[in-house]
Design a protein around this ligand. Structure first.
Ligand SMILES: [Ca+2]
Ligand SMILES: [Ca+2]
Length: 221
């Protein structure tokens, strides 16, 4: 059993290493959708047990920083999901060093967070959407635009948008040019793309763990 415990610990370390930000953009961002949560405020999403337990109903990867369940053409009239929330999160890789302005658009409400590095614990709110408006309409309310943020090319920054809505259309998107969502070429998803060497090490550790469990069961039988 001692061998088993050591293997479990080793596997846990490998898996936790796989969650680190990739060194280069992977072309995707993580999208989580939470269904059947009442209310139209982001605090309703954050306060829900599904969100706090990290158990979204749907998880996808998107090629740009935009979630639009019913499509942008059906912004107001789509009821693809009502009483829904979404979290888009991942890592932003600034293409050059300098000051960046971020915009967020959503239906209904949303908050945009950016970290000072790749650690989510260092995030702070930089923009918000107080009430629903149309897709990619980044200038409807002044709060949708961040103050200039100084970022360094080569560094990786955790970024996260939370959206909550209760009726009609549902979408959220984040832009750095005030016109269209951030492309995947500047983004990586959360822990979904482990580095190749780490991935192989993880598979090897899991294989050894399975063999050890089988041997242990045989021994007990
Ligand atoms: Ca809806
Ligand atoms: Ca809505």
């Amino acid at each position: 059993m001692k061998t088993l415990k050591v293997l479990i610990a080793a596997t846990a370390i490998v898996i936790s290493q796989a969650q680190a930000a990739p060194t280069i953009p992977q072309g995707l961002i993580t999208e989580e959708v939470y269904l059947d949560i009442p209310g139209d405020q982001v605090s309703d999403l954050i306060g829900s047990s599904k969100f706090q337990n990290g158990t979204p109903d749907l998880v996808n990867s998107r090629t740009s920083f935009e979630y639009a369940a019913g499509g942008l053409d059906s912004t107001f009239y789509a009821h693809t999901y009502d009483n829904s929330g979404a979290r888009m999160a991942g890592y932003f890789y600034p293409p050059t060093s300098g000051d960046y302005t971020f915009w967020i658009a959503a239906d209904d409400t949303a908050i945009l967070y950016l970290s000072t590095d790749e650690n989510p614990a260092h995030k702070s709110q930089i923009a918000s959407v107080p009430s629903w408006w149309f897709g990619r309409a980044y200038t409807h309310n002044p709060s949708q635009q961040s103050a200039p943020v100084s970022l360094i090319q080569g560094n990786v920054y955790y970024i996260e948008a939370l959206m909550k809505e209760n009726w009609g259309g549902e979408h959220v998107s984040v832009s750095i040019d005030g016109a269209s969502p951030i492309p995947g070429s500047y983004l990586s998803p959360l822990g979904a793309v482990p580095e190749p060497s780490t991935c192989l090490a993880g598979i090897a550790a899991l294989s050894m763990l399975a063999m050890s469990i089988r041997a242990n069961r045989k021994h007990r039988a």
